[in-house]
Design a protein around this ligand. Structure first.
Ligand code: ADP
Ligand code: MG
Length: 305
């Protein structure tokens, strides 16, 4: 039987009377996988993560972390689960040292030696109060804590925000190391290069709905841009290709963007006898943008006055 790091069923969240932030989400994150959650601003990513972490409650539906139901009030539920929110909210008057002391008491697998190594490597002054730390330093502290609890599952909400590139890459490398030794990593991000480098599975949410969840390799293997010349104009059949995201036209050259069924579509396009045809790879960023546009999220402006 497959073990799930995160299992979400029929999860919905309505804020106030009618603000639907999550709409019937089903998601399953296999244990040991690195899972990237994508979606435009306001899609519901942070809401989903906050529900998993027990910060807010779902309106309906269920979820389990490492097989434990999130509605169970037991304190043991999240003792081996690390969470780094988008914005850190440590008490401003606390000393870093006190926060670490507190963590040591509440997390049973707290690794003091590892914490010490990380504090030194990331130049964190333990004698400072939180209010004296810059935003980046607070984020470093959150990542240091996350790694020191020796997590079986790591949940990160836009982990790169507020960190410089060197520090960000170093933390990501450390999380990948955790993944290699069996921890599950679930993170939301806008950084698609990072996602491409790290994730083995991705999901896209938009306006509170899950568009899809799939393996990144499988998604990339099935997606391409095909350029073809049809002197007589675009054949009608192209519009019915499964997985078609977009067709762009430049004179007689058509760029046919496919988000799925590449091999099958290639044969179908060949059968239409284009005068010329070429296949181009497509970056994850382009794939994401084309997918969003297809779903009606475009923000295209003709020209700025
Ligand atoms: P994301 O993290 O994907 O950018 P969020 O989960 O933060 O998106 O927000 C999803 C939607 O829910 C947005 O429309 C946001 O305005 C709304 N929302 C989030 N938190 C609250 C709240 N506490 N009260 C009302 N609406 C909220
Ligand atoms: Mg967010």
């Amino acid at each position: 039987m497959q073990n799930w790091a995160i299992e979400i069923q029929n999860l919905s969240k309505i804020f106030g009377r009618k603000k639907v932030a999550l709409d019937d989400i089903d998601l399953a994150v296999p244990e040991g996988s690195v899972f990237g959650l994508m979606g435009p601003n306001g899609a519901g990513k942070s809401t989903l993560i906050k529900i998993l972490m027990g910060i807010i409650f779902p309106s309906s539906g269920t979820a389990a972390l490492l097989g434990r139901d999130i509605s169970n009030p037991s304190g043991e539920l999240r003792q081996d689960i690390a969470y780094v929110p988008e914005v850190q909210n440590f008490y401003p008057s606390f000393y870093v040292e006190d926060i670490l002391g507190y963590c040591q008491r509440v997390y049973p697998n707290w690794d003091k030696k590892r914490c010490k190594t990380l504090l030194k490597a990331f130049d964190l002054p333990i004698e400072d109060r939180v209010r004296e730390l810059s935003k980046g330093m607070k984020t470093r502290l959150a990542h240091i804590i996350a790694l020191s609890i020796r997590p079986r599952l790591v949940i990160l909400d836009e982990p790169g925000s507020g960190l410089d590139a060197v520090i960000k890459q170093e933390f990501m490398r450390l999380y990948m190391q955790e993944a290699a030794s069996g921890a599950g990593i679930f993170f939301s991000t806008h950084n698609l290069h990072e996602l491409e480098r790290m994730a083995d599975q991705v999901a896209v949410i938009m306006k509170g709905k899950l568009l899809f969840q799939r393996s990144l390799d499988e998604w990339k293997a099935n997606s391409r841009k095909i350029q073809a010349i049809f002197p007589e104009g675009l054949p009608e059949e192209i519009k019915d290709l499964p997985g078609l995201l977009r067709v762009e036209t430049q004179g007689k050259v058509y760029s046919i963007v496919l988000g799925d069924h590449f091999t099958e579509n290639l044969e179908r396009i060949k059968a239409l006898k284009p005068q010329y045809m070429d296949t181009l790879d497509i970056s994850l960023e382009d794939l994401f943008v084309y997918t969003m546009k297809k779903e009606g999220y475009s923000h295209e402006i003709a020209l700025l006055e």
